[in-house]
Write a new protein. Structure first.
Length: 499
């Protein structure tokens, strides 16, 4: 083995500087520039020549040997380009004990030095190598202890119901460690729930939002998977649930025990009833796990249930709904007459009218918020197009680059502008034709005109009002799904010719 004593004390030594400052360290003001200047000053005081700087800023210390800068450094050691590496302290080289030992063996093999400024380590001596290994053990212990403290903190906050920072769910933003409603996103998320309950198709909701010019928070188009995420997330009804999943692999996660989950209250975007309705539909679709079938032929298909719990069907050339399990049955015409009478009673209740008027006011506010969000999106896209055009005028981007940015923005602007008059018309209609109690009472005209309504209109009314019909022996129980909104009733009036 060569005598390293002269090499270590040489004033003609070529060295490299190793910089690894994690993102968390930088957030706390520990800059890479500070570490570089410190190492250069030390090399200058020793008369050494700084040949290279290996910058791993932002890289975690768990594993660094496969990093491109680490490989470059080791190649420079192998070919003799440098004979020493300076770093501020051992934990900056690596926090992994196994890697620290591998670095030590590698440098010893190539008769190069590791210089840790804080610990004053020189691995050319036996004592220095022993001290190096010992501090390596402490470095890994420090990392594992930090991980345990972070995990314990998250678990404690979850059990106490305190929120934690992270990406806010769509429709919200973090302010002072609390979730605050973000109006421009909340209006779109609310519309997604309403569209899903109406269409029962996540893909259809995505298509309608995209066609209207709306995009996700990251500016991407909506897809059925992104729609599912915002529908399932419970913050919309006022309860934010966090610390529910853990990483089990590079791409794998699994649910944590519910005892570790946390909850934080936030302002709801929609009613709990609407959230439950949407999620119940998704749960039923998941259980069914089949593509949507054709539209129902009979008026109460999918809604009629036997008292035994089974669905009731209408066989070909048979004018009755029947249960395959217990042979319970009812003539189609009889069931339709019962529903007709229930509709008359439904629109004749004063308390429902009062609730309806309250709902009408809320819908006007929500629709106005959506219109305002829509206008802001139009202005946002126009501003982006203006900035892109300015860059092109100033020759800061090429014609090709201009087209790549400008064309998608122009396409989206056209979508937004095309949708704007529709939203404005809906808001105008709600403002001018806000229904009075007499208007709602007049809907009892459905009772008189029911026999003449087309089957499609009858089905739409039934789907809008009724969740389930249970048919027993001599008894019929009708569950109304929800109070119709003013928008639904207004559209029904327009479509069916009521004024």
């Amino acid at each position: 083995m060569k005598d390293n004593s002269f090499k270590n004390n040489s004033t003609d030594k070529n060295v490299g500087i190793w910089i690894r400052v994690s993102t968390e360290d930088q957030a706390q003001g520990d800059s890479p520039q500070h570490h570089e200047e410190r190492a250069k000053a030390y090399a200058k005081s020793r008369g050494w020549n700084v040949k290279e700087v290996y910058d791993l800023a932002g890289q975690s210390g768990k594993a660094v040997m496969q990093h491109p800068e680490a490989k470059r450094m080791m190649k420079d050691i192998e070919n003799g380009h440098i004979t020493g590496l300076i770093f501020s302290k051992l934990a900056r080289l690596s926090r992994n004990r196994r890697e620290l030992e591998d670095f030590s063996d590698f440098f010893n093999k190539h008769q190069a030095d590791l210089i840790s400024l804080s610990e004053a380590i020189d691995t050319s001596t036996a004592g220095g190598r022993m001290f190096f290994h010992l501090l390596g053990v402490f470095a890994q212990w420090e990392r594992e202890e930090i991980t345990e403290r972070v995990n314990a903190s998250v678990l404690t906050r979850a059990k106490l119901g305190k929120s934690i920072n992270g990406k806010a769910p769509y429709g919200y933003e973090w302010k002072d460690r609390k979730l605050i409603v973000l109006p421009e996103e909340a209006a779109i998320r609310r519309k997604a729930y309403e569209l899903f309950v109406q269409t029962r198709r996540k893909g259809q909701v995505a298509r309608q939002l995209n066609a209207a010019g709306y995009r996700t928070r990251d500016g991407n188009i909506w897809r059925d998977t992104s729609i599912a995420r915002i529908l399932e997330e419970s913050s919309a009804k006022g309860v934010y649930v966090f610390n529910t999943m853990k990483q089990t692999g590079t791409w794998r996660t699994e649910a944590k025990p519910e005892s570790e989950w946390g909850q934080a209250q936030c302002e709801p975007i929609i009613s709990e009833e609407l959230w439950n309705q949407a999620n119940q539909l998704m749960e039923e679709q998941l259980k069914a796990w089949k593509k949507p079938g054709p539209a129902p032929v009979h008026l109460f298909s999918g809604l009629a249930h036997c008292i035994c719990g089974s669905k009731m069907y209408v066989a070909a050339n048979n004018p009755k709904y029947f249960c395959r399990k217990c042979t319970n049955k009812i003539p189609i015409v009889d069931l339709e007459n019962v529903i007709r009478e229930e509709l008359k009673a439904f629109f004749g209740q004063s308390e429902r009218i009062a609730q309806h008027l309250k709902e009408a006011g809320r819908n006007l506010v929500e629709k106005s918020e959506l219109l305002e969000t829509h206008r802001k999106e139009i202005q946002k896209v126009r501003d982006e197009m203006k900035r892109t055009h300015q860059l092109y005028v100033e020759d800061k981007i090429t014609a090709q680059g201009f087209g790549e940015f400008y064309k998608p923005a122009e396409e989206r602007l056209n979508q937004l502008v095309a949708e704007l008059p529709k939203l404005e018309a809906e808001v105008d209609f709600l403002k001018v034709n806000k229904l009075s109690a007499e208007d709602v009472t007049h809907e009892a005209a459905i009772y008189d005109r029911w026999p003449k309504l087309p089957p499609d209109d009858k089905r739409k009314i039934v789907e809008a009002l009724i969740e389930k019909v249970v048919i027993g022996h001599g008894e019929i129980d009708i569950t109304f799904s929800h109070i119709p909104t003013s928008e639904e009733l207004c559209k029904n009036q327009q479509r069916l010719g009521f004024r």
